[in-house]
Design a protein around this ligand. Sequence first.
Ligand SMILES: NC(=O)c1ccc[n+]([C@@H]2O[C@H](COP(=O)([O-])OP(=O)(O)OC[C@H]3O[C@@H](n4cnc5c(N)ncnc54)[C@H](OP(=O)(O)O)[C@@H]3O)[C@@H](O)[C@H]2O)c1
Length: 337
Amino acid sequence: MAFLRLNTGVQMPALGIGTWHHGGPEAKREMAEAVRVAVEDIGFRHVDCAHIYLNEAEIGDVLNDLFKREVVKRGDLFIASKLWCTHHKPEHVEEALALTLKRLRLDYLDLYYMHFPVAFEYQGQDVNLPEDDEGRIKMTEDDYVDTWKAMEALQEKGLVKAIGICNFNSLQIKRLVKESKTIPAALQIESNPRMQNDILRRLCHKMGIVKVGYSPFGSPDLPWGEKMPHLLLDETLNKIATKHKTTPARVILKWQLQRGVAVTPKSVFKNELEDNFKVLQDADLDEDDLKAVEKLERNARKLHQVKKLKNGEIVSRDEKSIFYPFKHIETEDALDF
Ligand SMILES: NC(=O)c1ccc[n+]([C@@H]2O[C@H](COP(=O)([O-])OP(=O)(O)OC[C@H]3O[C@@H](n4cnc5c(N)ncnc54)[C@H](OP(=O)(O)O)[C@@H]3O)[C@@H](O)[C@H]2O)c1
């Protein structure tokens, strides 16, 4: 197993299984069963969960069963989850974690991320996407720095071993670090060959934050957002895969691991999970391969959250938030601080 050391001193398995699987009750069970297969049959030790994936209860049952049957001990697994945007007010942060821990059937998390810097109106535990009359999300101006301070308290209580952030831009990361006492252990951000987010990777490296690259394969099954060519069919990736007798999926994972980025690919298929895990045995890519992958950069963000209004119009879900992170264009200036 390859590890990346968090600034808390803990070693995080650099390869995890993502659990964002779209669909109803059957999809939830399918994802939970994939976690079982990944841990029990294949050897994954890092599970990337989130409240908003709406499958923590099903995954919790699987984890509990794995512990009961002594397939693994709790300490063998690295389990992460994410605070949802409706629970950014400091008084709601611990309530959100308690719900996640209850669903996952755990008494602590290894890593708790803030899922987005943007905040939504709190309307009780069961409302994840509070809407106005037109169907737009009701945003609030709850400051992510205050939310972060409440997350620091969870770490002090031992309920989470480390805290991290997702989807922050460089200005937000720097402000957070300046105005609080805890440097995030990890930043989870979209990262794949056509959306490399390299400035943020370098910033994280400079600040001692582990970068976790989400959607390594470009989230091909995302039911919304811009349709893009399937990343795994890319000619360059396939050529490199043929050269190394591996698969395009493993070329991407290897490229990320080699540049110090953790990865949490998602799949519900055993053959794909096995394929992804085999990256740990693959030889390193050479300089020519790395340069060829770098040239695939298109700055093409797949994960623009969208929302369908009641009149059928599709709009950006979060763009109106004062904390919306993705309008900021990252440049080399981000690395000066
Ligand atoms: N923090 C955040 O805001 C955030 C956002 C997005 C994702 N994430 C995390 O990152 C994880 C991964 O991202 P993602 O789920 O968006 O997408 P992804 O991992 O880029 O893509 C998943 C899809 O890739 C395909 N796949 C997986 N392994 C494969 C293999 N070896 N060969 C061929 N195809 C393979 C599968 O598609 P088919 O089903 O078509 O085979 C699978 O559904 C998420 O599950 C979640 O845990 C976090």
